[in-house]
Design a protein around this ligand. Structure first.
Ligand SMILES: Nc1nc2c(ncn2[C@@H]2O[C@H](COP(=O)(O)OP(=O)(O)OP(=O)(O)O)[C@@H](O)[C@H]2O)c(=O)[nH]1
Ligand SMILES: [Mg+2]
Length: 293
């Protein structure tokens, strides 16, 4: 039997659980997750190694109507994924109506002609008897190759989904060595974990106006990883909120990021966070590039 492999893009509207599924499949936290939409901003590869096969998953930003240059670049990177992969995994969330978003996605699907599996996520949230009518209505919307109900959070249906994907892999090379789970850098993972904590601790527009860059990471001899990172916001008042009274907010963000970084890297972490105002970065294409988008 020849080795099977393929690239699989996880696409869909914001907040349906795409990053949660990637983490679940890989058994490790690679992609950040939050209850707020538009959490993922970049494409991330996660490599799932199996016996005789390899699946290279691409987590993508949610596809939605765009307002700013940042959103535009996020949606473009998600749409580009349609052409770069062998199989598309479209995810929606049970109990949420996605009509508009799904129409624009299926219009794109029709053009690229790739196998497409629909995963209906968050089945733990709704009554099971709602599933059949939902499946029926989506199969009218587009001729999906398979429709699989799952709970990315709990793991229900994920093995079935992996089987459905595996049966559509083609003979191909082992794209990545077996010890590799992602293509993104350590600095990227650090900046994402910090960004996730900003989503967790702050409200309103602040998460969407924040970007994180890592200025320095130093692995000293006594198993201590020393990190300096910078949080970019768009206005002085956002900077004040992010720092908080007596530095309370920025300390809380650091306190929740640190243990997670320690778990990921397996060493003690010293984290130094700074806040900097970069006026209107989310609308400025040059600033976007500088900040990694
Ligand atoms: N109840 C339930 N919640 C889930 C499930 N999967 C994901 N969630 C929650 O849904 C929210 C969004 O999850 P994400 O994985 O960040 O969603 P996403 O599709 O990557 O979102 P964007 O990156 O913003 O497009 C988080 O609060 C998750 O914990 C699930 O199976 N059941
Ligand atoms: Mg995501």
């Amino acid at each position: 039997m020849s080795f099977l492999s393929g690239f699989i893009a996880i696409i869909g509207p914001p907040n349906v659980g795409k990053s949660t599924l990637l983490n679940r499949i890989l058994g490790t936290k690679l992609a950040i997750v939050s209850p707020k939409p538009q959490t993922t901003r970049n494409r991330i590869l996660g490599i799932h190694h199996g016996d005789g096969f390899q699946m290279v998953f691409m987590d993508t930003p949610g596809i939605h109507k765009t307002r700013t240059s940042l959103h535009e670049s996020m949606v473009q990177s998600a749409l580009a994924a349609f052409h770069e992969v062998d199989i598309l995994l479209l995810m929606i969330e049970m109990g949420r109506v996605h009509d508009q978003e799904i129409r624009s996605i299926t219009a794109n699907l029709k053009r690229v002609k790739r196998p497409c599996i629909l995963a209906i996520n968050k089945i733990d949230k709704g009554p099971k008897d709602q599933l059949l009518p939902i499946i029926a209505s989506y199969s009218q919307e587009y001729p999906f190759d398979e429709i699989v109900p799952i709970s990315a959070l709990r793991g229900d249906g994920v093995d079935t989904l992996l089987e459905a994907l595996k049966s559509r892999l083609e003979p191909g090379p082992r794209f990545f060595p077996e010890d590799m789970t992602t293509d993104v850098s350590e600095a990227f993972i650090i900046s994402e974990i910090i960004r996730e904590k900003i989503y967790l601790h702050t409200k309103k527009e602040l998460p969407y106006s924040s970007a994180v860059t890592v200025d320095r990471m130093e692995n000293s001899n006594n198993n201590l990883l020393s990190i300096s990172a910078r949080i970019h916001v768009e206005t002085d008042s956002q900077k004040r909120i992010l720092i908080g009274r007596g530095g309370r907010m920025i300390k809380a963000i650091g306190r929740s990021a640190r243990p997670e970084l320690e778990k990921i890297f397996g060493v003690r972490v010293y984290l130094d966070l700074m806040v900097r105002v970069e006026k209107n970065w989310s609308r400025d294409t040059r600033a976007l590039r500088r900040l990694g988008y």
